[in-house]
Write a new protein. Sequence first.
Length: 399
Amino acid sequence: MTKGILSGVRVLDCTIAMAGPFAGQRLGDLGADVVKVEPVGGEWQRHVSAGGARGNKVNVSFLSLNRNKRSLAVDLKSPQGKAVLFDLVKTADVFLQNYRPGVAKRLGVDYDALAKINPRLVYVSISGYGESGPYVNRPGQDLLLQAMSGAMLSAGRAGEAPNAAGQYLVDAITAYNAFEGALAALFHRERTGEGQLVTVNMLDAIATIQMQELSVFTVGGKPQTRSAEPHAHVYIRAPYGAFATKDGYIVVAFPPLKTLGEAIGEESFLTMDDEVDSWTRRDEIFAKTRAKLSEKSSAEWLKVFDERGVWAGPVYGYRELVDDPQIRHNGAFVEYDHPTEGRVKTPGFPIKFSKTPSKVERGAPLAGEHTREVLSEAGYDAATIERLEREGVIATTRA
């Protein structure tokens, strides 16, 4: 049997929900031995359903994100359970975690602690907004990040409510970043023998995936203008979406109905069942929420919801995103001088390596700008390069 490209690589996956498990699954799909380290009662995703698809013993949500793994159920809050994990770390290659910032350190499983056990360990930490900064304690939920990214105003009709993607878009993109970061750090280790800390976050991930759109805005100066027609999830319980307030829009992500009812003064929500009514009465719940939220400003509602732990957030356009303090703190955008385009500001590389940071060596090249350089490095002499150019086999140009 053909072995996967990552055969022989051991991964300890201590993640929950989607972004982390999806990244771990991708490593497993390439042949890595992925051990899912979860609580004795099972990972959170085992106990919640998407679209009401609960399955028999494993619901669809968990099933879809955790193939090619073995499960180790262990209590990491106990000294014995932690000792088990430490023993596994000794022979692990990759450690994945998406605890809220600060939790790993409190558990004693942060990078510094595990690197002392295994200096070759590639430690991948996934967060919502970054390891530090003004939004470090905000909930890293997909819809909230979609709204903040500016992307929701790049679709839908002019004058209508912002449109969310029909997928957990930010989770998926962040998973790819974590996957790529793990692979790059493993490659670095092959060259040097040393492990390192890799950090990725959802905010930078969703900003960077809009490379073309944000560059059109930041470099091309073209605003987001939606047309009269909607050029451009049915599996999330209500209320889930963007709602108009007195002065703008906010997003609300499936809060407990009783909590929401108390927050907005909707008595009918107080006796509703989150797992039943939020599916069967979805349109009613959405409409009643919409009616209530139109009564106050966005800032007023966000303050009310923050005090009650309701997942809600502002809907950003690109201007708000580019100027946001967390984006600036993270260094999500890079600026450099291009030989033909002048000063360029564009989303940077979202994965942060503690020992091999990314940097902009050059801007986008012109067609054939480095043909001669590359072929020379490959051993071609000047005469051969000239002949190939005359014959149309290659093209060269200079900035």
